[in-house]
Design a protein around this ligand. Structure first.
Ligand SMILES: Nc1nc2c(ncn2[C@@H]2O[C@H](COP(=O)(O)OP(=O)(O)OP(=O)(O)O)[C@@H](O)[C@H]2O)c(=O)[nH]1
Ligand SMILES: [Mg+2]
Length: 438
C-alpha cells in the first residue's frame, strides 16, 4: 500500500553531534533529494554520495543515500541525509525539506509504514523499540531476538498447526454423519495440548521477562546514618546520593542503577526510618515506606551488626554495613540472608550484588531464550491459551463446529501478537508510543 505523504524526521537525537541523520520516506523522496542538492541525479541504489545540500541561505556538505522501494526500512522510497551534527543545521535542513514538500513524521510513523508494507510484523517493530531503549545486555538481547522475528516465528508455527486442525474439521463439517476415528481425535487433542503447554510455558516465564524489561527494584531501608546512601553509591559506582555524618541527610528517594549478569537493578535510597518530628523528614520516611511496598527486594541496612527491626513481607537481605570498623578477619555468613559489607572500603559489595541476583532472578534466566517482556504480547498469549483450553475441555462434550470456532478465535488472538489480525486503532496506538524518526 502506498502512502501519499512523504515524511521526514531526524533519526538521530537532537543536539550537538558529529553527524545528524535525516530520514525521508515516501513517493517524493528522490525528487525532494534532487531539489535540495540542486542536481538532477539518477542515484544508484544504496550508494553514498558526497553532495552539497542547500537550505535557507546556507549550505552543508552531506552524505546522501537513496533506497528505492521495496528494499528500504519502510518498504517505500527512502532517502537519508547525513549532515553535520548540531541542532541548528539539522533543523534548518528539515525546514527546507518541509518547504520542498515533505511532511513532518509523527512518532513511530516510519516503523508503522514498514509494518503496513509487510517489512516487519508488529512484534518485530516493538523489538526494535526495545533494542533502542535497552539499558542492559538481556534487554538488548531480547529486543534483538524479537526484532529478528523469533516470537513471530513461534506464533506462526502455532497458527499453522491450528490452521491444519481447522482444515481437517471444516472439511468434515459438510458431512454431519462423519464419525471421527479415535486416531483423528487424539491427534487433534495432542496438538492442542502441546500448544497449550507451550503457551503456558511462555506465560510462566514471562515473569522473568518482565524483570528483564523493567529491572529489579531494590530498596535500601534502615535507621538514619547506617550508610544507605553510601551503599547506593558503592553499588552503582556513582556519587548520586549525598553522604554526611549527620543523621537524616537523605529526605527524597534517590535512584541509581547498576547492571549485573545482564540485568538492571534499580536502587532506591530512602530516608532513615525513625520517629521524627521534622516535617520534611517525616514526608521522606513516608516515601521510604512506600518504596518498601513497591520493591522486589529489600536491603535492611544496619551498622550495629544486629538484625534490623524494620519488618517487610518482601524478600530481604540483612546488610551489616561499616564492617571495616570491627575486627573480623574472616566474614562468615550467619545465614543466607545476611552479609557484612563496607560501603567505605568496597568489601563484599560484589558478593552483595551476587546475593541480590540469586534472590531475585538466578536459575530462572537463560540468556539464549526468548522471554515475553511486553505486556501486550503476554495478554494476547494468555487469551489464546484460554481459548485453546476451552477447546480441549469441551472436546468430547460438544459439536465440532463449536470446537472449530474456539480454535479460530485462538488463531485470531495469536495473530494480534504479530499484528496480523489487529484493528487500525490498536495499531495506531502501538506506534504512537514509538520515538520520533523511528
Ligand atoms: N567506616 C565506615 N563509615 C561509613 C560506611 N558507610 C557509611 N559510612 C559513614 O556513615 C555516615 C552516614 O552515611 P550515609 O551513607 O549518609 O548514611 P545514611 O544511612 O544514608 O544516612 P541518612 O540519609 O541520614 O539516613 C557517613 O559519615 C559515612 O561516611 C562504612 O562502610 N564504613
Ligand atoms: Mg542517606
Amino acid at each position: 500500500m502506498r502512502m501519499e505523504k512523504t515524511i521526514v524526521a531526524l533519526a538521530t537525537p537532537a543536539g550537538n553531534s558529529g553527524v545528524a541523520v535525516i530520514r525521508i520516506s515516501g513517493e517524493r523522496a528522490k525528487e525532494i533529494l534532487q531539489k535540495i542538492i540542486r542536481e538532477d541525479l539518477d542515484f544508484e541504489p544504496r550508494k553514498m554520495y558526497l553532495k552539497k545540500v542547500y537550505f535557507s541561505n546556507l549550505e552543508d556538505v552531506c552524505l546522501v543515500v537513496f533506497f528505492p522501494n521495496p528494499h528500504s526500512y519502510t518498504g517505500e522510497d527512502v532517502v537519508e541525509i547525513q549532515s553535520h551534527g548540531g541542532y541548528f543545521i539539522a533543523q534548518k535542513i528539515i525546514d527546507e525539506l518541509l518547504t520542498l514538500g515533505c511532511t513532518l513524521a509523527s512518532p513511530g510513523e516510519f516503523s508503522k509504514r514498514a509494518f503496513i508494507n509487510g517489512k516487519l510484523s508488529l512484534d518485530q517493530a516493538e523489538g526494535i523499540m526495545d533494542l533502542i531503549n535497552a539499558e542492559s545486555e538481556m534487554q538488548a538481547k531480547n529486543g534483538s531476538s524479537l526484532m529478528q522475528g523469533e516470537l513471530k516465528n513461534i506464533i506462526l508455527d502455532y497458527q499453522n498447526k491450528l490452521t491444519d486442525i481447522l482444515a481437517e474439521i471444516e472439511a468434515k463439517l459438510d458431512y454431519p454423519e462423519y464419525e471421527y476415528t479415535e486416531n483423528e481425535t487424539s491427534n487433534i487433542l495432542d496438538t492442542l495440548r502441546k500448544i497449550d503447554e507451550n503457551l503456558t510455558n511462555l506465560i510462566d516465564e514471562s515473569s522473568t521477562g518482565i524483570k528483564i524489561k523493567n529491572g529489579i527494584k531494590v530498596a535500601l531501608i534502615g535507621t538514619p546514618n547506617v550508610g544507605k546512601s553510601s551503599l547506593l553509591n558503592a553499588l552503582s559506582k556513582s556519587n548520586k546520593a549525598i553522604v554526611t555524618s549527620i543523621a537524616g541527610t537523605t529526605r527524597d528517594v534517590i535512584e541509581a542503577e547498576y547492571e549485573y549478569n545482564g540485568i538492571i537493578f534499580r536502587l532506591y535510597d530512602t530516608a532513615g526510618i525513625h520517629e521524627s518530628s521534622d516535617e520534611v523528614e517525616k514526608i521522606g520516611i513516608e516515601r521510604a515506606k512506600q518504596i518498601l511496598n513497591e520493591a522486589d527486594i529489600v536491603l535492611k541496612v544496619s551498622d550495629n551488626f544486629k538484625p534490623s527491626k524494620i519488618s517487610t513481607d518482601k524478600p530481604y537481605i540483612e546488610v551489616f554495613n561499616k564492617s571495616d570498623l570491627i575486627e573480623i578477619f574472616e566474614f562468615k555468613e550467619i545465614d543466607k540472608n545476611c552479609i557484612f559489607v563496607s560501603a567505605k572500603t568496597g568489601k563484599n559489595i560484589d558478593k552483595l550484588k551476587e546475593m541480590i541476583f540469586n534472590k531475585t532472578v538466578s536459575n530462572k534466566i537463560d540468556s539464549n531464550k526468548l522471554y515475553l517482556t511486553n505486556t501486550r504480547h503476554i495478554d494476547c498469549v494468555k487469551r489464546a491459551k484460554s481459548l485453546i483450553q476451552n477447546a480441549i475441555f469441551q472436546f468430547n462434550n460438544t459439536t465440532m463446529d463449536i470446537i472449530s470456532s474456539e480454535i479460530k478465535s485462538a488463531w485470531i488472538t495469536l495473530g494480534e501478537v504479530t499484528g496480523d489480525t489487529n484493528n487500525e486503532t490498536i495499531i495506531d496506538k502501538i506506534f504512537s508510543k514509538f520515538c520520533l524518526g523511528k
